[in-house]
Write a protein that binds this ligand. Sequence first.
Ligand SMILES: [Fe+2]
Length: 476
Amino acid sequence: MSQPLSLEGVLFDPPREGRVSLTAAQGEVPAALRGSYYLNGPARLQRGDFRYRHWLDGDGFVRAVHFRDGAAELVSRFVRTTKFNEEKEADAPIYRTFGTSFADDRLRKGRLLESPANVSVFPFGGKLLAFGEQALPWELHPESLETIGEFDFKGALGQTAPFSAHPKIDEDAGRLCNFGLDYLFRSTVLRYWEFDQDFNQVLSRKFECPRPSSIHDFALSADYAAFYVSPYDLGILSFLRKGRSIQECLSWHEGEDNVLLLLPRDETSEAVSINLGARGFCLHLFGAFQDGPDLMVDLIETTEPLYVQYEPLPELFSTVRSGSIVRFTVNPAEGKVRQVESYPYPELHLDFPVSSPCARAAGTQDIWMLALPVEPRGRTKYFDRLQRFDWARGAVVDEYFPPSGTYLGGEAALAEGAAGERDWLICPVWEAEERSTAILIFAAYDLAAGPIANVPTTVESPLGFHASYDLASSFT
Ligand SMILES: [Fe+2]
């Protein structure tokens, strides 16, 4: 029987920053693979003797793997946020976090979390931006990852503007699109923005959200921003007046209805609200696309919220429930659901979906994602398989299992080659006993063959959240 998995070291030990050239231990880095794989995630979950209790509490630690001409280089660096700098100076926690509150903890302007910028990282318009949950992003140098500063889109966003960690890049229109939730005492406002490649604001709208729901992600089609609204509410009064963490202020109302909220991407049209009945929770969506009068919205649905599975550290996913891949086909003009396609995976927790931007315009056909078994309950688990789901067949058609004791260490990213070249999938793996991390390069449509290159990093890299790939960069 295998040893129980322990995340104690990888979560609480401070990670190593720096820059190192990498050499493949197996296979070769394809000469035609160019660009940069970026990964963000929470790290340094201990400050002095103080331990945080929730995975979302760590400071943003960004990794870049720059590929060029068969060579690879790893750069690892904390985001120097206000929170990071002040707490480092004090060698003590100062700010309340998503899952941890303490005596005399502080908020930004008394209203929201001081962002650790620890969830995602996206290249756009020649800049690299690190995002936290519902806060302004931080700009990093795309090669060195040095922190340049907080980024307010030429002053369009104020210091307390909510801004999600899941912006969407509309490549056809050359826009970065994002949302944020303003939780007020009597209502919840869903704000929506679009910015062009020069970071000029080109659209800014406000809509009433049907409930004070926690919404982490959305999906973007040519005409709509689509939101899956769950009965998972934030009690803003408890957060602001009782000193509680975000996690402590969230409540799940099982059996209440879900709503698909469609915001039009124009200046004047009304939002469309479509009742889905009582369904569940969604953390991440794959995408949305239009087919004549219909809109399709693809996502991962679970029976209950996920954030409680991120605590108490070092436990993760100990009682996680299984998930389903779901496509809602709706008619926005009629405000009705036309069809629900659901593909349940009763033995697996699914997350960190990646879809091909090239396929989005025509409808997403392939999804890459990480998965882990929901059994045995009561035990810490981590992602132990990489899968490709094919919508045309409605099934997982390709799968990679790393060796026993090795786990997928963060979201994968597609590096899409030029016409006629292969598409690659980049994904880190974490070897739990050796406490080391490697970068794997796969042929994206042949995961089962195993990686075409295994590139050790010589360090243990913190477990990551979201990744992206910048085909345009070439730094090494
Ligand atoms: Fe996310």
